[in-house]
Design a protein. Structure first.
Length: 109
């Protein structure tokens, strides 16, 4: 690691290794493109299941719906500069985020 102070960008690294696949079934991801556009990625979620009566949902369906709600909230914030500025201030505040612990969990080596 360089001599830079830890922050949200140095703690999260795209080259962090996991023992298995990067995306598991039911995962969702928000992709913030360099041009400012936003893309979302889902992994093996069946939209027709989530259109069914929630009383018939499996535990995986409930988790997928929650992940979808979370990704929507993040994509909404990403499109609103005031909300994104607030989130960025929180994410870069060492009083709130333990960057050393975060770096250890994303870069175990």
């Amino acid at each position: 690691m360089t001599n830079q102070p830890a922050n949200a960008l140095t703690a999260l690294r795209p080259d962090a290794k996991k023992p298995d696949r990067v995306f598991d079934d039911g995962d969702v991801a928000l992709i913030l493109k360099a041009d400012g556009s936003i893309n979302m990625l889902t992994s093996n979620i069946d939209p027709s299941r989530l259109a069914a009566d929630p009383a018939t949902w499996t535990e995986a369906d409930h988790k997928a719906a929650l992940a979808g709600s979370r990704i929507f909230a993040l994509s909404f914030a990403a499109g609103h500069p005031v909300l994104m500025d607030m989130l960025m201030q929180i994410a870069n505040d060492p009083e709130i985020v333990d960057f050393d612990k975060l770096a250890q969990s994303t870069r175990p080596h």
